[in-house]
Structure formats: structure tokens, C-alpha cells
Design a protein around this ligand. Structure first.
Ligand SMILES: [Zn+2]
Ligand SMILES: [Zn+2]
Length: 303
């Protein structure tokens, strides 16, 4: 593919569509929901609540779905309030954070034969981290996800504003994304980096190989002792594969980066979704244990 700015988002998407269709087929051929026996050592740590304004269902419905599927442990990780962007379709309001904690707390303590963890998905903004952490002070999270959803104020992951890609160079977008990702891993204070190559969400690809970006990112994660997740929601997007890609996951595995699992559920039926594909990826990357967290202590569990 020729290097240069996107002519139009639509043109770019059309050009990569064939490749993505093939990729999706590769992953989804023979996909089937895992049976409870296969779920018994897994976790789903990336679950939202309707407080974020773009998820549906009651928090208890997510827990019931996890029990039905046979997951022994899940965690909620709703979007931390954005301090300088007010958009009720993106995150809860700052004053709802304590309500979120109490909802999860209640589910944590109701004995349904499942472990429920309290997590959060925190955006990485290089110049706001002190403020963001201050807003979370005093809350005993089991884990904190770091996420890069913004590149210099541009919400590139926002599906409502695809036209914002127009006039941007995909290669530069990737470079800037991975640059921020590495800084987030090193300086953000997070336990897990969410959807590690989210930059591919809308099917945008680079004109150059990106193995060196993967390599640099894996080193940053390893040095900082930060885990990643296999986030299966990429299969539901134009990216047509989980985050991270299999090559990226293999590089992380080679560097000993710990891996956990998340569906990024925004609806109850999405809990544990496509975990058969996540398991296949773990196997292909030679990973035999996943990271779990309790009060921000990492505990590895064989799968
Ligand atoms: Zn969300
Ligand atoms: Zn996210």
C-alpha cells in the first residue's frame, strides 16, 4: 500500500477490506463458545457497566452471564471519568465514581460462587496523570487498566467520528500511538495495558511492517512489569482480530510479559465472548498461565 495521508477514510477502508475479511475468517472459522469446563481457569477482567453511557444491561446481568458460562472470576473495569472531556456517552461523571465502586462492592460480596474484582480502565493522558490518580485516591482497586484512546487529544477509537481520520498519515498515527503506549506502560502506574494495539480498531493499516513497534512496546511492558490483555472485542470491529495481534502477542510472550483476558463487554452476552479464540492465541504463543489480580497484587494462574 502506498504511503501517504488517507485519501478518504472510506477509500482506505475499502482497500484493506479484503485483507480483513480473510483475517476474520482465519480466526472465526470453527469458532464456538467454550463449555464451562474450558472456562474453569479463565477470567474476564474487561467488563463495563451502563454508567459509561455506551453499555447496556444491569451489572448483575453480567455476573449471571459469567456464572452461566462457567467463569470462576470476573472483574469490572469501567471507564474512569474523563476530567477534561465531558461526554455522557464516553464515561461516568466524576461524582459517579463512588457509586460505581459501591455497585461492584455489592456484587463482590454477594455469594454467587464467583469471584468479582474491582477494576477500572484509566485513560492515559501524559500531562494529567497526577490529577487522574488523585481522583482515584482511596479506592482499593484489584487492578487498574491503562488505555490509550487519545492521541494528542484526538479520540481515534471513537466510532462516531471516523471522518477524523481524514488527512492523517496511517504510519504516523501508528508511530504516535505506540509512542504513547510505551510511555503509558512506563509512567502510567497501571497494572495492565488494555487492548494493546487499539490503533488498528477501524481497520487502518500501515504501509510498513510494524514489528519494531511491537518489540519496543514489549520491552517497555517487560521493564515496567506491566501485563497486557488479550481483548477479544477487536473481532467485533473492523480490525477483525483480537488486540493484540498474534505476532505482537508472541513478541510479548518472548519477553515474559504477563497476559490476562478481557472481552471488553458492553452488553451481558459479551462476557467471555470469543474466548475460544483467545485460548487458541495463548496456545500459539506458548503461554500456559494468565495473570490475575487481587488488590493490585499479580497472581499467575495455570490455564
Ligand atoms: Zn467503553
Ligand atoms: Zn478501552
Amino acid at each position: 500500500m502506498a504511503k501517504g495521508p488517507y485519501t478518504t477514510v472510506r477509500g482506505q477502508v475499502l482497500r484493506v477490506r479484503r485483507g480483513l475479511r480473510r483475517r476474520r475468517l482465519e480466526w472465526t472459522r470453527g469458532r464456538r463458545e467454550l463449555v464451562p469446563r474450558q472456562f474453569r481457569n479463565l477470567v474476564d477482567y474487561h467488563i463495563h457497566t451502563k454508567l459509561c453511557g455506551h453499555a447496556v444491561g444491569e451489572p448483575g446481568d453480567y455476573v449471571r452471564e459469567a456464572i452461566r458460562k462457567g467463569l470462576p472470576e470476573i472483574g469490572f473495569s469501567d471507564h474512569m471519568p474523563l476530567l477534561r472531556i465531558r461526554d455522557r456517552h464516553l464515561t461516568m461523571e466524576p461524582d459517579q465514581l463512588s457509586h460505581y465502586v459501591s455497585i461492584v462492592d455489592e456484587l463482590r460480596h454477594s455469594d454467587g460462587g464467583i469471584t468479582v474484582r474491582l477494576g477500572i480502565e484509566m485513560d492515559y493522558f501524559p500531562d494529567q496523570m497526577d490529577e487522574i490518580w488523585a481522583a482515584a485516591q482511596g479506592i482499593e482497586f484489584d487492578y487498574v487498566y491503562g488505555a490509550v484512546h487519545y492521541i494528542d487529544g484526538w479520540g481515534f477509537g471513537d466510532s462516531r467520528r471516523l471522518s477524523s481520520y481524514q488527512g492523517r498519515d496511517p504510519d504516523e498515527t501508528y508511530e504516535r500511538y505506540f509512542d504513547l503506549f510505551c510511555r503509558a506502560a512506563r509512567e502510567g502506574g497501571f497494572d495492565i495495558m488494555a487492548h494493546p494495539d487499539l490503533v488498528k480498531k477501524h481497520g487502518i493499516v500501515t504501509s510498513v511492517p510494524i514489528d519494531d513497534m511491537y518489540e519496543t512496546a514489549a520491552r517497555a511492558l517487560r521493564d515496567a512489569g506491566v501485563a497486557i490483555e488479550i481483548n477479544t472485542s477487536g473481532l467485533r470491529m473492523r480490525a477483525a482480530e483480537p488486540y493484540p495481534s498474534l505476532p505482537f502477542l508472541k513478541i510479548c510472550a518472548r519477553h515474559g510479559v504477563a497476559v490476562t483476558l478481557g472481552s471488553d463487554a458492553h452488553a451481558p452476552h459479551q462476557v467471555g465472548m470469543d474466548f475460544d479464540i483467545a485460548l487458541r492465541m495463548l496456545e500459539q504463543a506458548g503461554i500456559s498461565e494468565i495473570a490475575t489480580f487481587q488488590r493490585r497484587q499479580r497472581i499467575m494462574r495455570g490455564i
